[in-house]
Write a protein that binds this ligand. Sequence first.
Ligand SMILES: [Zn+2]
Length: 257
Amino acid sequence: MPGPYGARPIKGNRSVLAHAADVIWPPRSLLTGRVVDRPGVIEADAWTQLSFLTEPLCSRCGFPLPEPAGDDAVCGACAADAPVYDRARAALAYNDAARTLVLDLKRGGRRDGLALYAAWMHQAAAREIEESAVLLPAPMHWSRLAGRGFNQAAWLAQALARASGKPWSPFLLIRKKRRTSQAGLTADQRRRNVAGAMGVSAAGAKRIAGRAVLIVDDVFTTGATIEACARALRKAGAAQVHAVTLARVVRPVDALI
Ligand SMILES: [Zn+2]
C-alpha cells in the first residue's frame, strides 16, 4: 500500500524521493494520513490502535504470556523447541495499525517514522541492546536490494544505532541465496525457505567472535528469518544472539501450543 505521501519509490531516484518525503508539507500522521503539527508522529486519538507488547513475555521469543511466571519463563513453543537465538523482542503486536506502519516503510519507502520506531524498539529491547556489541540488520539479497533500492531493516538498524549509541554494520550479515516470498508459507515452509540462506563475511566473523550481537528486522512472523540469521552468527562465533523487530505476529492459537 503506498504511503500517504503516495511515494512508491522510482528505481534509481529513491533517495531523492525519500528526502523529498521527509520534508514534504504538510506533515501527515504515520498511521492515519491526517495532517499533524510535525513529521514523524501519530496523533493522540490514533495511539489506541497500536498494541505495545509489555511484560509478561516469553523470555526467549517475546511472545506475550497470560500471567507473570518469572524471569526465565518460556512459552509452549519455546519449551518444545528452543530457538537458536537467545532473546527476541518486539515493540508492537502485528495488528492492522502495525501493518500500515510496516507496509508504508517497506513498500512505500516512508522514512519519517524511523526515529519514533527506533525509540519504541529501544524501549522493547533495552537489555538486549545494552548487552550487544553491534546491531545487524536482517540482510536482503544484493539482487533484491538493487531492484528495490533500500532495505527497511537497515533503515531501522541505523535509526536504532542513533537512538542507542551502539554501532551498526549493514554488510556483516549476508543473504547468500535469493529467497522466494515468505508470504502465505507455513512455519515449516518458511524455515526451509531461509535455511542456509544467511552467512557472515570473513571480516565480520572476526568482529563478532565471542561477542553478543543484535539482529534488527521489521516483523517477526514465525521467527524463521531471525533463526537463520542466528544460526549463521553462532556458526561465525557470536557468543549471544538477540533480536528486535518493530512488530511481531501474535496469534491467539500460538498461546495454546
Ligand atoms: Zn517463546
